[in-house]
Design a protein around this ligand. Structure first.
Ligand code: MLT
Length: 250
């Protein structure tokens, strides 16, 4: 089994290279953590959208769907949107049963770019062990696609990729990876048990702390708190079978 790691949106392989593989999209701070949380708290679906204008248009064209609009630019809520990009905002009371149009700077671009894979999973530290178990079960080659930050490598996405590689491998089930994957795995081994420290070191983490979003960092640093496996299919992120894959919530 092979799972290669790609450090930024720009490095995500083209559709023809993703065909026949599973893709895993990671934006720990904060888009994929927020998507995992929204779906765990009962959101109907999360639709990744590239621009705020497109989100407003889709909402206007489909008033009967009663979309919530969520996302950020420069890490703050977009004027006219219902929700920002903090996972802590996506409570059951706000999102249960609602479809969400979601646009963020890096994360939603990464999801859309990975669409050529046979299956596209949305991963964060919260569900990294569950995603790893699923990849091991599928025995399918995988592309682990980090969103990065503004097309640059990010510590938080890389450590999550490393966690997935670490949890995928089992006795008699080695996982081959590229050099980026080897770095990711080493980073995870070094910071396992201290993930919040690493998120505080990262450049986007420091930016979020400056904005007063320290609680988001602590939330996003939790490892393995959910077994949900959100998938991107037919233009939207959903939980397969319309609900929980485990007995937990976030
Ligand atoms: C993104 O997609 O760029 C991020 O999730 C940014 C953020 O933390 O809001």
């Amino acid at each position: 089994m092979r799972a290669d790691v790609y450090p930024t949106v720009l490095n995500i392989p083209p559709a023809e290279e993703l065909a026949g593989k599973a893709a895993v999209v990671i934006d720990v701070l904060r888009a994929t953590t927020t998507i995992c949380t929204a779906l765990a708290n009962g959101a109907d679906t999360v639709v990744p959208i590239l621009t705020p204008e497109e989100a407003f248009q889709v909402a206007r064209d489909n008033p009967e769907r009663q979309f919530l609009l969520g996302g950020e630019r420069k890490a703050v809520i977009i004027p006219g949107f219902n929700l920002g990009n903090s996972p802590l905002e996506y409570t059951e009371a706000r999102v249960k049963g609602r479809p969400i149009l979601f646009t963020t700077t890096n994360g939603t671009r990464a999801i859309r770019r990975a669409a050529g894979a046979d299956r596209v999973y949305i991963a964060s530290l919260l569900n990294a062990p569950a995603v790893a178990r699923e990849l091991a079960r599928l025995e399918m080659d995988a592309a682990i696609c980090c969103a990065g930050t503004h097309d640059q490598f990010s510590l938080e996405d890389t450590v999550c990729a490393g966690a997935i590689l670490e949890f995928m491998a089992g006795p008699g089930q080695p996982v081959e990876t590229n050099d980026m994957g080897l770095v990711a795995r080493e980073l995870f081994r070094r910071y396992d048990g201290r993930l919040a420290d690493l998120l505080h070191l990262s450049s986007h983490g420091r930016n979020l702390v400056k904005l007063g979003l320290q609680d988001d960092l602590l939330f996003c640093a939790q490892l393995g708190t959910t077994t949900h496996l959100p998938v991107f299919t037919e233009g939207q992120v959903v939980l397969p079978h319309g609900g929980l894959s485990g007995s937990d919530g976030v």
